[in-house]
Design a protein around this ligand. Structure first.
Ligand code: SF4
Length: 230
């Protein structure tokens, strides 16, 4: 475990040394992301922390954001969707458009997540994420350092080799604030309307967009872009 922590800290420091103010940690405040917030606060403070508020997040996510802000004295930059884009989308397709078709769901993720993420990453040369290989079959080929072709910048995945047990061991040992929904069988937490709990043995991300799983576990597009290993 200590070896994994040391390797993760080394990668965070490497990213900070190489990219300085052009480095961004995009956090959704899931279990992996609070581990990174703790590690960054203790070992690489100064890395900019951004998050997206889609407007449909569960209250428990706001609670953990504020708990981290308080515990670590974090300056968290919250990016919101463009109000006029949301208004047009809702006017054309309704508030619950994501249940109607995959196309509508992707459109909603585009407006509420991808566009704000593009603004959050604007000017950045590298970003950090909390993805782990074990989380989904779609993440098997991811590496610790990648070229993110979609956003045209470097991508660091310092927890790529961590197992779920490692994440929780770290959270408990370091008294890290975490999203209360994890205690209700939500391994992966996104928007309230598009996330549900999972049962034992299910893919950890199967609670996301569960109604469209015929083709496997869905991704929102934040980490599904074409990537190549470096
Ligand atoms: S997860 Fe659901 S509500 Fe959130 S942006 Fe995507 S489709 Fe919209």
């Amino acid at each position: 475990m200590q070896t994994k922590i040391d390797e993760t800290v080394a990668l965070l420091k490497q990213a900070q040394d190489e990219y300085g103010p052009d480095l961004v940690f995009a956090s959704s405040f899931g279990a992996e992301d609070v581990v990174l917030i703790d590690l960054i606060s203790k070992n690489a403070s100064g890395i900019r922390v951004v998050t997206l508020d889609t407007g449909r997040l569960p209250q428990q996510t706001y609670d953990v954001m504020d708990a981290c802000r308080e515990k670590y004295g974090l300056d968290i930059q919250v990016f919101f969707p463009d109000a006029s884009e949301v208004e047009l989308m809702v006017r054309e397709s309704g508030l619950n458009l994501f249940y109607q078709s995959v196309k509508n769901r992707k459109h909603c993720c585009e407006i509420r997540k991808i566009h704000p993420l593009k603004r959050a990453l604007s000017g950045a040369k590298a970003w950090i994420t909390g993805v782990r290989r074990e989380q989904a079959s779609s993440r098997q080929s991811m590496a610790a350092i990648e070229d993110d072709v979609h956003f045209g910048i470097k991508k660091f995945n310092p927890l790529i080799e961590w197992r779920e047990a490692d994440v929780w061991e770290y959270i408990r040992a370091n008294d890290v604030p975490y999203n209360a929904l994890h205690d209700q069988h939500y391994p992966s937490i996104g928007c309230a309307c598009c996330t549900r709990s999972v049962t034992v043995g299910e893919d950890p991300r199967s609670g996301r967009w569960w109604w469209e799983h015929e083709d496997g576990v869905a991704e929102c597009g934040l980490h599904a872009s074409p990537l190549k290993k470096t």
